[in-house]
Design a binder for this molecule. Structure first.
Ligand SMILES: Cc1cc2nc3c(=O)[nH]c(=O)nc-3n(C[C@H](O)[C@H](O)[C@H](O)COP(=O)(O)OP(=O)(O)OC[C@H]3O[C@@H](n4cnc5c(N)ncnc54)[C@H](O)[C@@H]3O)c2cc1C
Length: 451
């Protein structure tokens, strides 16, 4: 048990910082969180509007650990499948899994407010409107900047939960003489909005994640609690059929929507204005080989492993990381050995979900029309229906289980190879020898997962 530290300082009150603060406060530490933005709870509804998140098993498990899931669930919208919109307006519904396999859509802002409220209620101190601009590790002093100017501020142990552009990560890397790697996907996103009807009703099915897939670009809609939808447009940032750079004036934007997403236009009365007002952001994966420095600094969440959003797992992974960190806590006498164990344990999982999220973008953008790929997807659904306790595809393992991501990645590859080896040529699966499939799953997959 680590006994000598009194105070823990966390840099960043996004989604992971306040969660970690609750866990550490529950362990009896005095916890403070320094956040560069002003208090999000005081933002107006308009300025606080933000992208939604999909909360799945790992995030839910993390909230259960601090006994907050039942409360948090009240601000979510259950989503049970994908609704695909074709260019000509046909809808195809794909349930996520079996009965009870549900994801939860939640506003990032609402979740952020909820976690900060809970942390504050148990005594965590928040310092808003203040950036950490540098770290003096020799004297254990932070340089802070706020509208009142700069000041130095001591710390005992510092956690960097300051997101993809983490200042704490840069400091840790400089101490190891190392650099991080950012792999840009070449895809950007912009947020749009679908309000309710005048009568306050949803304009499209409220329990679905809606996708307008168009190869390298797509539109997505996730439901909000008030029955409106947050829309996200993903476009290539530089190359490809359609890029943000090409949509410079309003008539280009209008043409783009009329050509590719005509059925969405009537539901988004302000889409042109939203497009003009909201800026496009880039998507990338951050990979770094150093998450900690001696016994004084450690990264958690996007600061350690920012990933692209095509598996909806960034927050889920960050929260799962906190759970792993907390589970390891009692086995260590020093911060350094705890940080090191956390890195050894979770880095491989963070790497696996980063790769799977990149692969999922390719699946969503390039393989939606690939016959062999679609047949395998159907075969996976068929096998899950016939052998529900044995066969989970990769999506199900990521989303509805807490199987470590690295094992999911490995097992997913083995399953794909096995299914491809069955050489199924059409969508008639009646001749599949389910006994043989069951044997393979028992002997290889179930055994592997048990280990
Ligand atoms: C389009 C999109 C869709 C997504 N969808 C999903 C999804 O469906 N499901 C999912 O699980 N994840 C999703 N994610 C990922 C998710 O948003 C991130 O993984 C998550 O926000 C990471 O939380 P964090 O607290 O680590 O970092 P952040 O949320 O980035 O928070 C970092 C905080 O640190 C503060 N900060 C930064 N620098 C400093 C500094 N120097 N001093 C003080 N404070 C500082 C920032 O102001 C911020 O509040 C999505 C991401 C994107 C871009």
């Amino acid at each position: 048990m680590i006994k000598t530290t009194r105070k823990i300082t966390i840099c960043g009150a996004g989604l992971i910082g306040p969660y970690l603060a609750i866990m550490m406060s529950n362990r009896g530490f005095e916890v403070e969180v320094i956040e560069k933005r002003d208090d999000i709870r005081k933002a107006t509804a308009e300025s606080g509007r933000s992208i939604n998140l999909v909360m799945t098993s790992r995030g839910i498990n993390a909230l259960k650990k601090i006994k907050l899931w039942e409360e948090a669930k009240k601000i979510t919208m259950p989503v049970s499948g994908r609704m695909m919109h074709s260019v000509t307006g046909e809808l195809t519904y794909q349930p996520y899994g079996g009965e009870g396999d549900v994801n939860y859509s939640i506003s990032r802002t609402e979740l952020n407010r909820f976690l900060i409220d809970e942390a504050e209620r148990i005594g965590v101190k928040f310092i808003f409107g203040t950036s950490v601009i540098s770290v003096d590790h020799k004297n254990k002093v932070l340089m802070l900047e706020s509208k009142n100017g700069e000041k130095s501020y001591p710390y005992e142990v510092l956690f960097g939960t300051d997101g993809a552009g983490s200042v704490v990560r840069k400091k840790i890397l400089s101490l190891h003489n190392a650099k991080d790697r950012v792999d840009w996907l070449g895809v950007g996103y912009k947020e749009l909005f679908m309000p309710t009807t005048d009568g306050g009703k949803p304009r499209i099915d409220i329990n679905s994640l809606h996708i307008w897939p168009r190869g390298k670009h797509m539109l997505m809609a996730l439901p909000n609690l008030d029955q409106s939808f947050t829309m996200t447009l993903y476009l290539s940032s530089k190359e490809g059929e359609i890029t943000f750079d090409q949509l410079n004036n309003i008539s280009d934007v209008e043409n783009y929507f009329k050509t590719y997403h005509p059925d969405s236009i009537e539901h988004m009365p302000n889409y042109l204005e939203d497009f003009k007002m909201n800026k496009a952001s880039k998507l990338g994966t951050v990979r770094t080989d150093h998450w900690f420095y001696e016994d004084q600094m450690c990264l958690i969440g996007d600061a350690a492993h920012a990933i692209v959003p095509f598996f909806g797992q960034g927050t889920n992974a960050g929260l799962e990381g906190c759970v792993v960190f907390n589970d390891l806590f009692d086995q260590h006498e020093s911060w350094e050995s705890l940080f090191s164990d956390f890195f050894q344990t979770y880095k491989k999982n963070a790497d696996a979900i980063a790769t799977m999220a990149e692969e999922n973008y390719i699946e969503m953008s390039e393989k939606v029309g690939d016959e062999k790929f679609l047949r395998r997807k159907k075969l996976e659904s068929f096998l899950h229906e016939k052998l529900p306790s044995k066969f989970l595809n990769r999506y199900m393992m990521v989303t509805y289980s807490n199987i470590p991501y690295a094992n999911v990645y490995e097992v997913g590859k083995m399953q794909t190879e096995f299914l491809d080896s069955l050489n199924i040529e059409n969508n008639d699966f009646s001749n599949i020898d389910l006994f043989k499939v069951g044997q393979f799953l028992d002997s290889v997959i179930v055994e592997k997962l048990k280990k």
